[in-house]
Design a protein around this ligand. Structure first.
Ligand SMILES: NC(=O)c1ccc[n+]([C@@H]2O[C@H](COP(=O)([O-])OP(=O)(O)OC[C@H]3O[C@@H](n4cnc5c(N)ncnc54)[C@H](O)[C@@H]3O)[C@@H](O)[C@H]2O)c1
Ligand SMILES: [Zn+2]
Length: 384
C-alpha cells in the first residue's frame, strides 16, 4: 500500500441517455472553433461518428476527420496521424474509437506543435505538455484509455509495446454513450472486456493500490464479473453493456491512481512481437499470473470475492482460489484462446519473450510477488 497517493480525473464525464449531445455544450464552453475527429475506417463506416459530427455542427465548429488510425499502431503510424493535425489550426480533438484511436488522439493532443515527436516522448515522456483540448468517446468497453494518462504504442524495432505516461494526456472530457458499444462484435466485446477485468484485479492487487484506487478497482471488478457474459452474449442486454462501459472507465481511473502488474507487463511482448491483440494477450496470461501471485495477494483476492462473488467459499484460501477460478471460467465462456498456439503463434522463443517481458519494469515493480527471469520463463511456458 502506498503512503502517498492522488486521484487525477478528466474534467467532466457525461453518461446516461444520448450523452454525446452534451459534446456541443462542452465544445461551446471551451470556445472550440475548429475540431479534428480521430476514428478508424471501420467505425467511420459503421456510422458511429455521426452523433459526434452532429454535436460539432450544432456547436458551430468546423470539423476535419482523420480515420486512418490502425489498430494497435506503431509510434511512427501515430506520428503520421499527428502530422495531419500539425498542419491545421485546431483547438480540440475528439476521439471516437477504442484504445488505439484514443491513444493516438491523446498523443496528438500533446504533439500538435513540432517541439517534439512521438518518438521523443518514448525516450522522455516528461516532455509532454497539453496543447489541445481532448474529448474521448470510447467505442469499446475495455481499455479505460479515456481515463488514463497513458498512450500505448508498438515499437517494432524492440518487438515491444511501450506506454508513454504523462498526466498531460488525461482527457478533458469523456462521453460514455452506450450507443457506441451496442453492436460491438462478440469477440471484441469479450477481449476488451477482459482487458478491463485485468485492469481492475491487477490494480486492486497492485503494490501501488491505495484507498482511492481501491474504490474504483473493486467497483469495476464487481460490475465486470457480474455483467461481462451477458454484455457479450446478448445483443439486447443494454444494462449489462452500460455496466461494462462504466466499469472500464472506473478501471481506467484505478490504473491512473494505482497501476497494473505482471499480467500487463508480460502481455506487452506478446503484442509487440506476435501482434496478439491487447485484450487477448492479457486473457492468456491472467490465470497463470494470478496463480503465480496468489500467495502474495490472497487477502486481496478474498476481499474481491466478498465484494463480487456470492458463493459458499468460507476461508481466505477458498475465496482467493474461487476468484481465480471465476475469472478463468469467464475467459473460457467468452471463447478467448488460452494458449498462443490456438492463435497460430508457433516457434515461440520463451527465453527471448522472458527477456523482453523483464524490460517492462514500469509495471513489474507493481507486482506484489517479485517476478524473476526464471519466473517469467515459467509463466510464458504455460501459455504456449
Ligand atoms: N491508454 C491506456 O490506458 C490503454 C489501456 C489499455 C490498452 N491500451 C491500448 O489500446 C489498444 C487496444 O484498444 P481496444 O482494445 O479498445 O481495441 P482497438 O481500439 O484496437 O480496436 C480493435 C478493433 O475493434 C474495432 N471496434 C472498436 N469499436 C467498435 C465498435 N463499437 N463496433 C465495431 N468494431 C469496433 C476497431 O475498428 C478495431 O478493428 C492497444 O494498443 C492497447 O495497448 C491503452
Ligand atoms: Zn490493458
Amino acid at each position: 500500500m502506498l503512503s502517498k497517493y492522488s486521484l487525477r480525473l478528466p474534467k467532466v464525464v457525461y453518461g446516461g441517455e444520448s450523452p454525446t449531445d452534451e459534446l456541443a455544450v462542452a465544445l461551446r464552453r471551451e470556445g472550440a472553433r475548429s475540431v479534428v475527429v480521430f476514428t478508424d475506417a471501420a467505425l467511420h463506416r459503421l456510422g458511429l461518428v455521426s452523433p459526434v459530427l452532429e454535436a460539432i455542427e450544432s456547436a458551430g465548429a468546423t470539423c476535419q476527420i482523420v480515420d486512418d488510425i490502425p489498430a494497435e499502431p506503431t509510434y511512427s503510424q501515430v506520428q503520421s496521424v499527428v502530422d495531419q493535425v500539425r498542419g491545421v489550426s485546431t483547438d480540440a480533438i475528439v476521439a471516437v474509437g477504442g484504445g488505439s484511436v484514443m491513444d493516438a488522439a491523446k498523443l496528438a493532443g500533446v504533439c500538435a506543435t513540432d517541439a517534439y515527436t512521438v518518438h521523443d516522448l518514448l525516450a522522455d515522456p516528461s516532455r509532454a505538455a497539453k496543447q489541445l483540448t481532448t474529448f474521448m468517446v470510447p467505442t469499446t468497453a475495455g481499455t479505460g484509455a479515456e481515463a488514463t494518462p497513458n498512450a500505448i504504442v508498438a515499437v517494432p524495432e524492440d518487438e515491444l509495446k511501450v506506454g508513454i505516461v504523462n498526466d498531460a494526456m488525461i482527457a478533458d472530457y469523456v462521453v460514455l454513450d452506450a450507443r457506441m458499444i451496442k453492436n460491438l462484435p462478440r469477440p471484441i466485446a469479450a477481449s476488451t472486456g477482459i482487458d478491463a477485468l485485468c485492469h481492475a484485479i491487477e490494480c486492486y492487487t497492485s503494490a501501488k493500490a491505495n484507498p482511492f484506487s481501491d474504490v474504483f478497482a473493486l467497483e469495476a471488478f464487481d460490475l465486470i464479473v457480474n455483467n461481462i457474459e451477458a454484455a457479450c452474449d446478448d445483443p439486447e442486454a443494454m444494462d449489462a453493456k452500460r455496466a461494462m462501459q462504466v466499469a472500464s472507465f472506473y478501471a481506467g481511473i484505478a490504473i491512473t491512481a494505482s497501476g497494473t502488474t505482471a499480467v500487463h507487463a508480460l502481455s506487452y511482448p506478446l503484442g509487440g512481437k506476435y501482434h496478439v491483440a491487447h485484450g487477448v494477450s492479457n486473457a492468456i496470461l491472467l490465470s497463470p499470473v494470478m496463480h503465480f501471485n496468489e500467495p502474495a495477494i490472497r487477502e486481496r483476492l478474498a476481499a474481491a470475492y466478498d465484494r463480487a462473488i456470492h458463493g459458499d467459499a468460507a476461508t481466505v484460501e477458498e475465496k482467493s482460489a474461487a476468484v481465480i477460478e471465476r475469472m478463468d471460467r469467464i475467459v473460457s465462456h467468452l471463447d478467448i484462446p488460452k494458449k498462443l498456439d490456438e492463435l497460430g503463434v508457433a516457434g515461440v522463443d520463451v527465453d527471448q519473450l522472458a527477456a523482453a517481458g523483464m524490460t517492462v519494469q514500469r509495471l513489474l515493480v507493481n507486482n506484489r510477488r517479485e517476478v524473476t527471469l526464471e519466473d517469467a520463463r515459467a509463466i510464458y511456458a504455460q501459455v504456449l
